[in-house]
Unconditional design. Structure first.
Length: 489
């Protein structure tokens, strides 16, 4: 048993300089035991934790008319005046379609171990179905080959919002048939990519976002405001598309693959650490995500959700709910912000708290500085549903990133955001959430949907005139985090 103080403990008591002045100090500091004087085990990341970065097809690829790609709803939407800031479109974006080799090399240089990309449905099926376009698929085969050549694990998302326009013309998610078209496409791509060694597939990215912004308030493609009843029904079709795709991916995949969804649940944070507030947050996790994660992981719409909709509730069958809740191998979770919750005596038993006007935020006004979501999000998901494995499939922030006179981008605000989020993630791990990896959003500054190129989320700066890539200070931060497997945050 340890009876004397270690040098690290001594250093704490005496102040760092006392230890730093001895010749053996750095050895002693580095090798200090991981048990602090308070007896608490130091937190940390598991040995095989995977550190990744993420992008999405329409946000980075460009080359929208090349190699047989058909138009997507985001081409239509971004070319409609007034829909996207500054009239920006994804026509060129990061030119990733042509520069992917350089960008994979960039990732390799940063030590990034996994890359989450999405496949553009209209590259593979230009009109949504029928005959596949081999040139479209070929791009993703080449990308995967390049990733593997650099030891980077590919994580593939099938639907990150760029629906073929031809399917939108037939109703998009308002048509139940779209769910079947997605499953066919997903099965086809998963068959081909699993044959070249891709092991992780996510059916969709953020069902909540494309439902609520695409069809609810119209700020994303296809830019509709359909009203409550139609919204609930198309939400149901999207869930069905997810479930059918899980089955189709498994049916077509070669070898063992891990299948899941990448969703952005509202992350309720108990506003105090009292048992009541924690219980309230757990209830909020189920109810606030009732038509997304809860339906997918439980196979039911909660009573509260259905009662709230009344006559506008979706039509659904028990068989559809069974398909929607097909068990998943992995769960992808995107977290950016928190929703503060406390216990209440209302029938809901919880209350979500509005944010005060001066709550701090990053460059996007919605992106509050509330890193607790990365602790409570995975933790409550784990407590509610016990998924087998969780990946944080997106986390990151916008910042006003310019290059200084020396050509550097010193994005200390982003480093602050990421460091706090990663520290919170350690708490989730300590509470048993089976988080196996983390993907920073994003590798590159890119087309930020309705904000166009005006909001930068990359750890690598992109000059959109020249396509020059400049790793920001946060890229160096992330590189060092990866090198130390998350130590010393
Ligand atoms: C993710 O969405 C997306 O998956 C990714 O493609 C995107 O680039 C990234 O985050 C950064 O935004 O403007 O007030 O109407 C995150 C969830 C939902 C956050 C929609 C922004 C719009 C808020 N997003 N929300 S507002």
């Amino acid at each position: 048993m340890k009876t004397s103080l270690s040098r690290r403990d001594l250093g704490r008591l005496l102040g760092a300089s006392a230890v730093a002045s001895t010749a053996t100090s750095s050895f002693a500091l580095e090798n200090a035991p991981s048990v602090s004087p308070m007896g608490r085990r130091s937190e940390g990341f598991p040995d095989r934790f995977l550190w990744g970065s993420a992008t999405a097809s329409y946000q980075v690829e460009g080359s929208v008319n090349d190699a047989g790609r058909g138009p997507s709803i985001w081409d239509t939407f971004s070319h409609t005046p007034g829909k996207v800031a500054n009239h920006d479109t994804g026509d060129v974006a990061d030119d990733f379609f042509r520069r992917y080799r350089d960008d994979v090399q960039l990732m390799n240089g940063l030590g990034i171990q996994a890359f989450r990309f999405s496949v553009a449905w209209p590259r593979v099926f230009p009109t949504g179905g029928g005959m596949p376009n081999p040139q479209g698929l070929d791009f993703y085969l080449r990308l995967v080959e390049e990733l593997h050549a650099h030891g980077i694990e590919p994580f593939c998302t099938l639907y990150h919002w760029d629906m073929p326009q031809a399917l939108q013309d037939r109703g998009g998610w308002e048509s139940r048939d779209t769910a079947y078209r997605l499953a066919e496409y997903a099965g086809y791509v998963a068959g081909k990519l699993s044959a070249v060694g891709v092991k992780h597939f996510f059916t969709m990215n953020e069902i909540r976002t494309f439902v609520e912004l695409g069809y609810g308030n119209g700020t994303h493609a296809p830019g509709l405001k359909v009203g409550r009843k139609r919204l609930a029904q198309l939400n149901h079709h999207a869930l069905l598309g997810h479930g059918l795709s899980v089955q189709s991916i498994r049916a077509h995949a070669v070898g063992d693959v891990q299948v899941g969804v990448a969703e952005n649940p509202i992350a309720p944070v108990p506003v105090t650490p009292s048992g009541d507030d924690i219980a309230a947050a757990r209830t909020a996790m189920r109810e606030e995500n009732a038509s997304y994660l809860t339906a997918i992981l439980e196979g039911v719409y909660t009573d509260r959700y259905l009662a709230g909709l009344g006559v506008d509730a979706p039509h659904f069958t028990a068989e559809e709910m069974r398909i929607i809740s097909t068990p998943l191998d992995v769960l992808g979770l995107n977290f950016y912000t928190s929703t503060y919750v406390r216990a209440s005596h209302s029938p809901a038993s919880y209350e979500t708290l509005a944010l005060p006007a001066d709550f701090p935020h990053m460059a996007s006004s919605w992106l509050t500085v509330s890193p607790e979501c990365v602790h409570w999000g995975p933790r409550l998901v784990h407590e509610c549903w016990r998924p087998k494995a969780i990946y944080i499939t997106e986390n990151g922030c916008s910042a006003d990133d310019g290059l200084n006179a020396n050509g550097e981008c010193l994005d200390t605000g982003r480093i602050m955001y990421l460091r706090n989020c990663l520290s919170q993630l350690e708490h989730a791990l300590a509470h048993g959430a089976p988080v196996q990896g983390y993907f920073v959003w994003s590798l590159l500054d890119n087309f930020e949907w309705a904000d166009g190129y005006g909001k930068r989320f990359g750890i690598v700066h992109v000059d959109f005139k020249t396509q020059k890539r400049t790793p920001k200070l946060s890229a160096r931060f992330y590189q060092k985090v990866i090198e130390g497997n998350g130590k010393n945050l």
